[in-house]
Design a protein around this ligand. Structure first.
Ligand SMILES: C[S@@+](CC[C@H](N)C(=O)[O-])C[C@H]1O[C@@H](n2cnc3c(N)ncnc32)[C@H](O)[C@@H]1O
Length: 371
């Protein structure tokens, strides 16, 4: 499966769309506010002649794309606008992304910004850039600032070797699991290293010297990849699919050949790739924890309403996974069943243990490689 062709979040603005089910990701964007303001302040005003050029990598469709734009505009206005007279926002995602929904809501967003800020707001321009951020996207030395949230854990492909000549070495699982042979984790890590290095290499060519990036993505706390919080998250999807195999609703072969193009790296793995690729300084690295249930904002370990949480988590996951599942399994009809079972599995899990996602937030500065 080519991720570039297959991956996109559920488009539109309907009940199951990403636009209506992206509170988890919204919370992470809000929590990057301080680090984002600091990074924007650090951009050397001299390199921005008139327009500040900003890329949002993996923007998806829905309100979060506008939230990023808002946060950047406010941060620049707070910094006194000296940095730029106008801003160009380049919204990137894979070609299957529903860019139309973003562009259709742009005028509503602009109206809201005017109402909130009057004519004070910096003039800005928005354009879409389809393509993979693991390749070249923009002209050399053309970006001042790049932002990416909840996207870099997606790999460019399922690691080579997992599906070997039609034989899947990770049978019964869809991601690294406790029952996966150790080679599975190794192949996932190698793919992550290749992809993240390519991402850094291409961005370093596109950013001006001293350009900044704020990246947030899912990771893990444990040094053992099979003990990541997300392994359990995907085990519960695998359990839903496997139960449908047992009941004869899905073909075993289909489940056995499905693997997630996704990797939750550890802090050390992320730092090691940045250091060995060599184009960026790590200015800051923070680790956030976020409850699985996007609507559970509590900080304690008390279990929320676990049945409700199961539904909330399933809605959030459906908005992300549905297109990938439908492409592999070839049937829209089974999706309701998968996520109904998944909601139950999550509810049972959360009843025993409140679990959190681990999110890395990184502020990176491009090195001046000519000096
Ligand atoms: C979970 S969404 C996050 C969207 C948004 N940034 C947010 O925080 O709500 C992840 C997005 O990354 C995009 N994505 C994944 N791999 C990508 C790649 N190689 N190039 C560009 N976009 C990619 C997906 O298509 C998806 O829209």
């Amino acid at each position: 499966m080519k991720v570039e062709e297959a991956l996109h979040m559920v488009g539109g603005a309907g009940e199951t769309s990403y636009a209506s089910n992206s509170r988890l990701q919204e919370k992470a964007i809000i929590r990057t506010k301080d680090i984002l303001e600091k990074a924007l302040k650090n951009i050397n005003g001299e390199v921005v002649s008139k327009s500040l050029v900003v890329a949002d990598l993996g923007c998806s469709s829905g309100p979060n794309a506008f939230l990023v734009i808002s946060q950047i505009i406010s941060a620049l206005m707070e910094a006194g606008c000296q940095k730029a007279k106008e801003i160009v926002f380049l919204l990137n995602d894979l070609p299957g992304n529903d860019f139309n929904t973003i562009f259709r809501s742009l005028s509503l967003y602009e109206k809201k910004v005017k109402e909130e800020n009057g004519d004070q707001v910096l003039p800005y321009f928005v354009a879409g850039v389809p393509g993979s951020f693991y390749g070249k996207l923009f002209p050399r030395n053309s970006l001042h600032f790049a932002h990416s949230s909840y996207s870099l854990m997606w790999l460019s492909q399922v690691p080579v070797g997992i599906e070997n000549g039609g034989v899947n070495i990770n049978k019964g699982n869809i991601y690294i699991s406790r029952t996966s042979p150790p080679i599975v984790s190794k192949l996932y890590l190698e793919q992550f290293k290749r992809d993240f290095s390519s991402f850094l290499k291409f961005r370093s060519q596109e950013l001006v010297n001293g350009g900044q990036m704020i990246l947030s993505f899912l990771g893990r706390k444990s040094s053992d990849p099979s003990k990541a919080e997300l392994c359990h998250f995907y085990d519960l999807v695998a359990d839903a699919l496997n139960s449908m195999v047992q009941e004869g609703v899905l073909e075993e072969e289909k489940v056995n050949t499905f693997n997630m193009p996704f990797y939750a790296a550890s802090k050390e793995e992320v730092q090691q790739v940045i250091q060995s690729e060599g184009s960026f300084y790590i200015e800051q690295m923070q680790i956030l924890e976020s409850n699985w249930d996007p609507f559970d904002d509590s900080d304690d370990d008390q279990v929320f309403d676990n049945v409700k949480s199961g539904h909330n988590v399933a809605k959030c996951m459906r908005a992300v996974l549905e297109p990938l599942l439908v492409r592999h399994f070839g049937e829209q009809a089974f999706v309701d069943q998968v996520f109904a079972r998944y909601a139950q599995n999550v509810a049972m899990h959360l009843h025993k243990e409140k679990t959190k996602h681990i999110v890395f937030i990184l502020a990176l500065k491009a090195k001046d490689l000519n000096n």
